[in-house]
Design a protein. Structure first.
Length: 461
């Protein structure tokens, strides 16, 4: 019996998922544990691995959205017969059945390029464009097999492999295929590219080929009559979908539906710097390095207990003052922002907070966060200090009523009488929902966070 490929259910709040991209083409072979497809939900993206080895058949196309637990494809063992109609009603693609052996010459022939108007932009996924650039493949020569004629990574690889197996001879007098850097180097060294043998993909001439030819005394290039105008750089249109689409919708809704204000407050951080250094030394054997964000999270959690209206959810006609303190920590990824939640921060020690925040950040970067890892937050902390930012305006994550921005640790000066004293300082940026509480209580909460950070021994009890 074939192995079913399911739309994974990542948490109790997941209502649907999208097969953003199939990594194994329909009819292709997959190994056990190999990445099979990329799953996208409103909050996360992750790679789904094959639970068996065999031949993959797609029941739904890429970019299809289905319910959690739905079957999206099948994996057939090598000795299993693939039926004309797949379980669930899907029909095999025309190219899925084994083809009769073709002559050897035909097997290495590159796919024919699709017919396009001159100058027309080739639709391709960003990943396919990156791969084409790496391999030196002209997208205009690639036969697209993706949805709506879109070029996929597999299409680029197929074209590259075919070209490498049987590189076509260039017409007489045609310019040699060469990378832009190789052409620039050839011009600088006076090397005639038509005399250079390329060793790059598809016989493409590389910078190293040019330098080797120059060293061996290759004929100089004839002076150019006039420099050709530089080719215009092509725009790249990226679809706004998946995580980016959800972030865009939620950020816009947050600003439209809440009354957000932001205030800054400076914090003297000398004692925090000393405490962190001591803890890093003390916990070196356990490979635990608390960050300043970990310390700020603990200070915020204690301040939230002192100011429960900030640890709340504003629900329009009522406010839910949360009894537990679950702090979301914003983690930046290439695809966007995710906010995993450290639970019961008020009850955790700094070492436990550091371990848990490190674990969650690792899961986020590996694309392995579940929806439950990001549910239930009562307050959020967002950090841009590592980018040298002194102040910013974090955006609320409704229905939460507060989010605290952590900025860079900087050198500062305080005055003791008429004597300037150097110190370490940090600015905290608090955004709060004015519908839930006014400026004075928000300022009092922020002052409490500052006081805990300026006397950090209080965080240890």
């Amino acid at each position: 019996m074939p192995t079913e490929i399911y739309m994974m259910k990542l948490g109790m709040t997941m209502t649907e998922g999208t097969v953003a991209e199939w990594h194994i083409p329909d009819g292709g072979e997959v190994k056990l544990g190999e990445d099979l497809y990329r799953l996208e939900t409103e909050k996360v993206e992750m790679e789904v691995e094959a639970e068996a080895a065999g031949i993959v058949r797609h029941l739904v196309p890429a970019e299809a959205t289905v319910d959690p637990g739905a079957v999206v494809g099948w994996i057939y063992a090598a000795d299993e017969e693939i039926p004309d109609v797949l379980p669930g009603g899907g029909a095999p693609a025309a190219d899925a059945a084994p083809a009769e052996a073709e002559p050897a010459a035909a097997a290495t022939e590159a796919p024919a390029a699709p017919a396009r108007a001159e100058g027309e932009r080739v639709p391709a996924s960003p990943a396919a464009r990156r791969l084409a650039k790496e391999l030196g493949v002209d997208l205009a020569t690639v036969t697209a097999t993706g949805p709506r004629g879109r070029v996929t990574e597999d299409d680029v690889r197929t074209t590259h492999e075919a070209a490498a197996a049987a590189p076509a001879a260039a017409p007489a007098g045609a310019p040699a295929p060469a990378s832009p850097l190789a052409r620039k180097r050839a011009e600088a060294l006076g090397v005639d590219l038509s005399t250079v043998t390329g060793t790059g993909p598809g016989g493409r001439i590389t910078k190293e080929d040019v330098e080797a030819a120059a060293a061996s005394g290759a004929p100089a290039a004839a002076p150019a009559a006039a420099a050709a105008p530089a080719a215009a750089r092509e725009d790249e249109v990226m679809a706004v979908r998946g995580m980016r689409k959800v972030i865009a919708e939620r950020m816009y809704a947050s600003l439209q539906e809440t009354a957000q204000l932001t205030m800054d407050m400076d914090v003297a951080m000398d004692d925090c710097v000393k405490l962190r250094s001591q803890l890093i030394e003390e916990w070196a054997g356990d490979s635990v390095r608390p960050s300043y964000t970990d310390i700020v999270m603990k200070a915020a959690a204690k301040a939230l207990l002192d100011h429960p209206r900030m640890n709340a959810q504003f629900l329009g006609t009522e406010m839910n003052l949360r009894g537990e303190v679950h702090v979301g920590m914003a983690v930046a990824l290439d695809e966007g922002l995710v906010v995993p939640v450290v639970r019961n921060v008020d009850q955790l020690g700094l070492k436990e907070i550091a371990l848990e925040s490190s674990r969650l950040a690792g899961l986020a970067r590996e694309g392995k966060l579940g929806l439950d890892d990001m549910a239930g937050g009562t307050f959020t902390v967002s950090t841009l200090g590592m980018f040298g930012v002194d102040s910013f305006t974090p955006i609320l994550n409704p229905p939460e009523v507060g989010i605290l921005g952590v900025n860079r640790l900087r050198d500062d000066v305080r005055w003791e009488g008429e004597r300037p004293v150097r110190q370490k300082a940090m600015t905290l940026s608090l955004t709060w929902d004015h519908r839930a509480l006014d400026g004075a209580p928000a300022a009092q909460f922020l002052a409490s966070v500052r006081d805990y950070l300026e006397a950090p021994f209080r965080l240890l009890v």
